[in-house]
Design a protein around this ligand. Structure first.
Ligand SMILES: *[C@@H]1O[C@H](CO)[C@@H](O)[C@H](O)[C@H]1NC(C)=O
Ligand SMILES: *[C@@H]1O[C@H](CO)[C@@H](O)[C@H](O)[C@H]1NC(C)=O
Ligand SMILES: *[C@@H]1O[C@H](CO)[C@@H](O)[C@H](O)[C@H]1NC(C)=O
Ligand SMILES: *[C@@H]1O[C@H](CO)[C@@H](O)[C@H](O)[C@H]1NC(C)=O
Ligand SMILES: *[C@@H]1O[C@H](CO)[C@@H](O)[C@H](O)[C@H]1NC(C)=O
Ligand SMILES: *[C@@H]1O[C@H](CO)[C@@H](O)[C@H](O)[C@H]1NC(C)=O
Length: 382
C-alpha cells in the first residue's frame, strides 16, 4: 500500500494520476482500415494488383504519409470471394482460396509496411489483417445439406479453403519483422462484425474454424481475434428503459445487443473471448454530443459484457471518417478524449472505402489522422 503524506498538495497522487494519463495516451493507438489506394475500392483495392509497380509505388507513398501523420498501424481488409481461375476485374475481391500471386503480394506488402518509419518522430507501423467472406466465400448462403456459398460448396471443401487461406496468410507474413526486430503483423481477425443470431451460419463458421485459427495464428506469434458490432444509433445508446427479451444484463444497454449475444455464444461453445473486445462503432447522433455517446457506449460495454467475463478493454475496429472536417474532428476527438480519461479504449481505426463518410461517401488517401489523435499539446508534454 502506498502511504501518501498529508499536505495541501498531494504530490504522490498527482504523480500517479499523471502517470495514468500519460500511459493511457501512450497506449491508445490510432490507425486506418487501409485496403485501397483510392476512394473507389472496386478499382483501387491494392492487394490483388500489388505486383503492378505503379500501384505498389502509390501505396508506399501513402504508407509513409500516414506514418508521418501519426498513424500507429494499418489494417488490411481482405474480401475473399472469387472462384479460382475465373477472370476478375473486381480488384476488391481476392480469390477463395487465396491465389499464389495474392500470397506473394501480401508478403511484399508486409515487407513494405515493415520498412516504413515516420520522418517526424521515427515511429514504425504495425499491420493487422482482417478476413471477410463474401460472394463465392459467403457462408451465410446455404446450409450443411445444400452446401455453403452461392456455388454450394460442401462443408469439407469450404473448410479446406478457409484453412488453406489461414495457412497461406500466415506463411506470407510470418517472420516479417521491422528493423527494430518487432513482427510487423500484430492481429489477424477471422471474421468481421460477428453477430451471432443475425448472420446465418455464422455459428457453424466460427465453431468449425475458430479453434484451429486460434491455434495456428498464435503459433506464428500473432494475436488471433474477431470483431463485433455495436448498434450505435443515439436512440439505442440512450434507451435507458430498454428491457432485453432474453438477457437482463442488457437492460438499459441496448447498443450491446449483438456483441453480448456473440460473446455469449463463444462462452457457450467454450471458445475463448478475445483479449481485447473490438467492434465496429458508427455513432449516429440526433442531439447528444459525440463525447457523451462514446462514453456511454463504453460504459454499456463495461456493464453488460463484463457479466460474461469479457475484459474491460476495447478497440474500435471500424468507424466513420466524415467528409465534413468540423464534424470529423469533433467525432475523432470524442474517442481520443475518452481514451485519455480511461485506458480501457486502446485502439481505433477509421473506415475508408466504401461508405466511410456515410452511404455513398467513399474516402481515399490522404487522411487527417490527427483528428482522431489525442490533442498534440498533451503529446508534446511527454
Ligand atoms: C498498373 O496500375 C496503373 C494504375 O492503376 C494502371 O494505370 C496500369 O494500367 C496498371 N498496369 C497493368 C500492367 O495492369
Ligand atoms: C488454375 O489453373 C492453373 C493453371 O492454369 C492450374 O494449375 C490450377 O490447378 C488451377 N486451380 C484450380 C483450383 O483449378
Ligand atoms: C438447405 O437448403 C436447401 C436449399 O435451399 C433447402 O431445400 C433445405 O430445406 C435446407 N435444409 C435445411 C436443413 O435447412
Ligand atoms: C465435397 O465436394 C467435393 C468436390 O465436389 C467432392 O469431391 C467430395 O466428395 C464432397 N465431399 C462430401 C463429404 O460430400
Ligand atoms: C433520431 O430521433 C428519431 C425520432 O425519435 C428516431 O426515429 C431516430 O432513430 C433517431 N436517430 C438516431 C440516430 O438515433
Ligand atoms: C459540418 O459539420 C458541422 C458540425 O457538425 C456543422 O455545423 C456544419 O453545418 C457542417 N457543414 C456542412 C457544410 O455541412
Amino acid at each position: 500500500m502506498l502511504h501518501v503524506a498529508q499536505s495541501s498538495f498531494d504530490f504522490s497522487t498527482f504523480v500517479l494520476i499523471t502517470i495514468a494519463v500519460i500511459s493511457s495516451v501512450l497506449s491508445y493507438e490510432v490507425g486506418v482500415d487501409y485496403h485501397s489506394c483510392g476512394a473507389n475500392f472496386v478499382q483501387t483495392a491494392f492487394l490483388t494488383q500489388y505486383h503492378n509497380s505503379t500501384v505498389r509505388a502509390i501505396v508506399l507513398t501513402q504508407l509513409q504519409g500516414m506514418a508521418n501523420k501519426g498513424a500507429h498501424f494499418v489494417t488490411l481488409d481482405i474480401w475473399f470471394g472469387v472462384e479460382p481461375n475465373t477472370t476478375n476485374d473486381q480488384y476488391w475481391l481476392a480469390t477463395f482460396p487465396i491465389s499464389r500471386q495474392e500470397q506473394i503480394n501480401l508478403h511484399q506488402y508486409a515487407l513494405d509496411v515493415a520498412s516504413i518509419q515516420s520522418q517526424i518522430d521515427q515511429h514504425r507501423l504495425r499491420l493487422n489483417v482482417a478476413l471477410f467472406w463474401l460472394a463465392a466465400a459467403d457462408y451465410r448462403v446455404g446450409n450443411s445439406s445444400s452446401g455453403y456459398g452461392p456455388d454450394h460448396l460442401n462443408a469439407t471443401v469450404f473448410t479446406a479453403r478457409v484453412e488453406k487461406i489461414t495457412d497461406d496468410i500466415i506463411a506470407a507474413v510470418s517472420n516479417v519483422k521491422r528493423s527494430d526486430g518487432v513482427l510487423v503483423v500484430e492481429r489477424v481477425y477471422l471474421d468481421y462484425e460477428v453477430m451471432i443470431g443475425a448472420k446465418l451460419n455464422q455459428d457453424w463458421f466460427l465453431q468449425t474454424h475458430y479453434p484451429r485459427f486460434l491455434r495456428v495464428v498464435a503459433a506464428a506469434g500473432f494475436t488471433p481475434s474477431l470483431y463485433f458490432l455495436v448498434d450505435a444509433k443515439e436512440a439505442y445508446i440512450l434507451d435507458a428503459s430498454y428491457i432485453d427479451p432474453q438477457y437482463p444484463a442488457l437492460n438499459g444497454h441496448r447498443c450491446m445487443y449483438w456483441v453480448y449475444r456473440s460473446l455469449k455464444f463463444l462462452n457457450d461453445v467454450q471458445l475463448p473471448l478475445p483479449t481485447r473486445i473490438d467492434f465496429s462503432c458508427y455513432i449516429d447522433r440526433n442531439s447528444s454530443t459525440y463525447a457523451h455517446l462514446v462514453n456511454h457506449v463504453l460504459n454499456d460495454a463495461d456493464a453488460a459484457l463484463s457479466t460474461l467475463g469479457a475484459p474491460k478493454f476495447y478497440g474500435v475496429a471500424e468507424t466513420y471518417y466524415f467528409a465534413n472536417s468540423t464534424q470529423r474532428r469533433e467525432y475523432g476527438q470524442a474517442f481520443a478524449l475518452e481514451a485519455m480519461a480511461n485506458p480501457r479504449l486502446n485502439h481505433l481505426r477509421f473506415w475508408t472505402t466504401p461508405d466511410a463518410g456515410g452511404k455513398g461517401v467513399h474516402i481515399g488517401y490522404p487522411f487527417e489522422i490527427e483528428d482522431y489523435l489525442p490533442p498534440s499539446d498533451i503529446r508534446q508534454l511527454l
